[in-house]
Design a protein around this ligand. Structure first.
Ligand SMILES: *[C@@H]1O[C@H](CO)[C@@H](O)[C@H](O)[C@H]1NC(C)=O
Ligand SMILES: *[C@@H]1O[C@H](CO)[C@@H](O)[C@H](O)[C@H]1NC(C)=O
Ligand SMILES: *[C@@H]1O[C@H](CO)[C@@H](O)[C@H](O)[C@H]1NC(C)=O
Ligand SMILES: *[C@@H]1O[C@H](CO)[C@@H](O)[C@H](O)[C@H]1NC(C)=O
Ligand SMILES: *[C@@H]1O[C@H](CO)[C@@H](O)[C@H](O)[C@H]1NC(C)=O
Ligand SMILES: *[C@@H]1O[C@H](CO)[C@@H](O)[C@H](O)[C@H]1NC(C)=O
Ligand SMILES: *[C@@H]1O[C@H](CO)[C@@H](O)[C@H](O)[C@H]1NC(C)=O
Ligand SMILES: *[C@@H]1O[C@H](CO)[C@@H](O)[C@H](O)[C@H]1NC(C)=O
Ligand SMILES: *[C@@H]1O[C@H](CO)[C@@H](O)[C@H](O)[C@H]1NC(C)=O
Ligand SMILES: *[C@@H]1O[C@H](CO)[C@@H](O)[C@H](O)[C@H]1NC(C)=O
Ligand SMILES: *[C@@H]1O[C@H](CO)[C@@H](O)[C@H](O)[C@H]1NC(C)=O
Length: 297
């Protein structure tokens, strides 16, 4: 009888607690929540280990919490907290607790402060979207250690400083957006190594210097947006090698020289915007070969 009671007590209380003990992710999320400005955010009400508020399925915490997705082993693999009215910083976010995380989506919140360099602990990360917040400071060079990244979206923040050369490490990166920030300095030549890139948007910053000719090596590149910066020098003739390029926006910079004939080799090009620069000479006749070209300005 006593043994039975003990058994029931154990199943009722101990087993969920044991389950929590193996879930550092749950503690890490709760600790972060406690440090948010609006910790009473109703969207995060499921983020709790309080037995009076959560039912027995709480043994699966944090896998049943809002925005949290786990694999079959109960490890957190995705955190989608996009557009969730989060207000605070990532200072108290324990990145070391999320060894299995592949997707971190925090877009469209009110998160400020810097992007912690500890983000490099998310070594399995494939998808990182921090866009549409108020992140400031520089892009940590430790982002270059996230070598599984395929998507990196840091746009629409107030990030400043240079685009880190360490991004050259991200050989699987296909989608890169750092547009609409306060970034300065030049575009690293090393980005020409990232031959998985399909979409690159660096527009609406304060970038200076020449467009690196190495970008002409990106044979999968389909869309390149560099408009609204202070880029100087000429359009690299190597761009003629961008055999997959469909969209090229270079307008509103300080580009000079002639439009290279080689651009006529970009057979998939459908939109080419070069206006508001200091380009000289006429439009090369080779562009007449671009049968898909719909927009030229
Ligand atoms: C208990 O939790 C499960 C999983 O989150 C949920 O589907 C169910 O509706 C909850 N039950 C109650 C009574 O809250
Ligand atoms: C992420 O969350 C947002 C907002 O709740 C939702 O619109 C979007 O579909 C989600 N995306 C994924 C991949 O789950
Ligand atoms: C976020 O919190 C700060 C400080 O409490 C406040 O000034 C700001 O208005 C909040 N933002 C939103 C969108 O609620
Ligand atoms: C962060 O998480 C790791 C792994 O779960 C843990 O060892 C460490 O103590 C935590 N750090 C803090 C400050 O809580
Ligand atoms: C590049 O990635 C390797 C791991 O693959 C890492 O050791 C190195 O620190 C990274 N370099 C930079 C500059 O981030
Ligand atoms: C590129 O960046 C600009 C400025 O942030 C934005 O308005 C535009 O929608 C972006 N386009 C793509 C395809 O990323
Ligand atoms: C970003 O640039 C804008 C001007 O476009 C300026 O008003 C703002 O102070 C800058 N912010 C930071 C954090 O540098
Ligand atoms: C470009 O540089 C000029 C000064 O040379 C400055 O006034 C302007 O704000 C800069 N524009 C951008 C988009 O960086
Ligand atoms: C671009 O490709 C050429 C020829 O394959 C190579 O010599 C050059 O180093 C490459 N540039 C970059 C930045 O990858
Ligand atoms: C284009 O690529 C070819 C072959 O990879 C290379 O020989 C040539 O130099 C490149 N053209 C330019 C203008 O970079
Ligand atoms: C247009 O393409 C044809 C066939 O590839 C080529 O012979 C011709 O020289 C090109 N015209 C121009 C002006 O580049």
């Amino acid at each position: 009888m006593l043994l039975n009671l003990l058994f029931i007590l154990c199943t009722l209380f101990s087993s969920p607690l044991l389950a929590f003990a193996s879930k550092p992710e749950a503690y890490a999320l709760l600790n972060w929540k406690t440090n948010l400005m609006n910790q009473n955010n109703p969207l995060l009400s499921s983020w709790s280990l309080d037995p009076t508020r959560v039912n027995r399925s709480m043994s699966t915490a944090p896998c049943t919490w809002y925005g949290v997705h786990c694999n079959d082993h109960g490890d957190v693999v995705k955190l989608n907290l996009s557009d969730s009215r989060l207000n605070g910083t990532l200072k108290s976010f324990n990145f070391s607790s999320f060894a299995s995380l592949t997707r971190l989506q925090l877009r469209l919140n009110d998160i400020s402060g810097s992007i912690p360099l500890e983000i490099h602990h998310l070594s399995k990360l494939v998808f990182l979207d921090l866009s549409g917040n108020r992140f400031s400071g520089t892009i940590p060079q430790e982002i270059g250690m996230l070598t599984n990244l395929e998507t990196l979206s840091l746009h629409s923040n107030i990030l400043e400083g240079h685009i880190p050369v360490s991004l050259r490490n991200l050989s699987t990166l296909s989608y890169l957006r750092v547009d609409d920030n306060n970034l300065s300095g030049s575009i690293p030549q090393e980005l020409g190594n990232l031959d998985s890139l399909v979409t690159v948007n660096m527009s609406f910053n304060f970038l200076t210097g020449h467009i690196p000719s190495g970008l002409g090596n990106l044979t999968k590149l389909s869309e390149l947006y560099l408009y609204l910066n202070n880029l100087t020098g000429s359009i690299p003739p190597s761009f003629g090698n961008l055999s997959s390029l469909k969209i090229l926006y270079l307008y509103m910079n300080k580009l000079s020289g002639r439009i290279p004939n080689e651009l006529g080799n970009m057979k998939y090009l459908s939109q080419l915007l070069l206006g508001h620069n200091q380009l000289t000479g006429s439009v090369p006749s080779s562009l007449g070969n671009l049968s898909r070209l719909k927009m030229l300005g």
